[in-house]
Design a protein around this ligand. Structure first.
Ligand SMILES: [Zn+2]
Length: 130
């Protein structure tokens, strides 16, 4: 038996915010690779494999592979305490010129901005149900 809720949760995030690759990493600001669960989510659930998920798309952040791995490892080892230090470490480990290059690649064209959602901020939020 598959794990429909886990898959549904990720499908919801992609449906609302598109692929994570369209966003910057929330920690280091390079290009993101994955949608990662916020381990502090109030409604955190676990599937039978122990994977954490939430059915609320707003409880996911876009992270690059490096930061996602560091985040999940930190939470597995220490829980969600000490995360600010982790964020600082991950952010500061990236040279500023690398971050600038990533930003420039996005803002180099109107089409690129559109694809990344920057010219239509909150375009999906209208459907949010609370
Ligand atoms: Zn990152």
């Amino acid at each position: 038996m598959a794990t429909p809720d886990y898959k549904l949760a990720h499908a919801r995030v992609r449906s609302r915010y598109g692929p994570a690759k369209n966003w910057f990493c929330a920690f280091c600001a390079l290009s993101a690779d994955h949608w990662a669960i916020d381990h502090d989510s109030p409604d955190l659930q676990r599937d039978e494999k122990g994977r954490a998920y939430s059915l609320d798309p707003d409880h996911y952040v876009s992270l690059c592979q490096r930061c996602h791995h560091a985040y999940d490892s930190h939470v597995a080892q220490y829980g969600t305490s000490g995360l600010l230090e982790l964020f600082d470490r991950l952010y500061n480990a990236v040279p500023e010129d690398l971050r600038d290059a990533g930003r420039r690649s996005v803002v180099s064209s109107i089409g690129s901005l559109l694809r990344h959602g920057y010219l239509r901020p909150r375009r999906d939020r209208a459907y949010k149900q609370r």
